[in-house]
Ligand binder design. Sequence first.
Ligand code: ZN
Length: 343
Amino acid sequence: MADLVVARPEGLYCPPGGFFIDPWRPVERAVITHAHGDHARAGHGRYLSSRASTPVMRVRLPGISLTTLEYGETLRHEGVTLSLHPAGHVLGSSQLRIEHRGEVWVASGDYFAAGERDDPREHNRTCTPLEPVACHCFITESTFGLPIYRWAPQDDVFAAIDAWWRDNAGNGRASVLYAYALGKAQRVMAGVDRSIGPIVVHGAVDTVTRAYREAGIALPDTALVTELDDPSLVRRCLVIAPPSAQRSPWLRRFGDMSDAFASGWMQVRGARRRRSVDRGFVLSDHADWPGLLRVIAATGASRVIVTHGFESAMVRWLGEHGYDAGAFATEYGDLDDDAPVAT
Ligand SMILES: [Zn+2]
């Protein structure tokens, strides 16, 4: 049986179906797992993605020729059956299932699963949780594919953010939290205690947040800083801004403030200091090590192909545990909204 997905210079390619998956060079047909910049690039002829991703795809790639599928809906194309299944990473994120002549492969894109057991309390509350999909071969990401990465209960992380915010508000200081504009920012605003003060968002966060609301995701009220008429409110607010806003003139209007960064990379020793922020909160939209292993096991796949992250460590571990394991070199990660924190 020939492989259903191979690596080509343009991206991951399905030979029997004649389409690419999250290609990094322009192609005619692209299936897009989610709207982060390293997976959803401009310049392709036609795009296919999940219906749930439509508002964020339109924000990120205006004017594209986009066909959508509901999760679980099947599409027949050139003798291949395609379907998209929730990945739990950001709004509309999908795993792609490909079936051809009885062989089933699943390409995960980026996905989120925390811990050894599936606990609904740990799901990303701003999108549909991941559903493992049975397959013969699973193509998995490995962004946090090392045993050191184990996420704490998310309510503990949100409680720590609340305590920092409450303390700052009590001292008349704004709390500026850097979080990627697509996914992380919405997860933060959905998780914090909104009674502490107003939530102010940077324009880049506001655009994506509107797309989330359009998709029916319940999020607390947020304001642009220009909409805060009472200056005393600025000293009690939580400001959610993309990392690119750090050291920008836009921040000056908040006066005295404390700043923090929310990312899985905050677990790495020295990351907070390299980012030059007061606090680091370990909050990721990618699977931790036990989550990766749990999802891989749940697919029942005997063959696993590892992409972007700690490929060699993960391939070695999988090989030692009875899997037929290999890797694809990809160009994911460099434009990822959860890319490694630059040193
Ligand atoms: Zn992503």
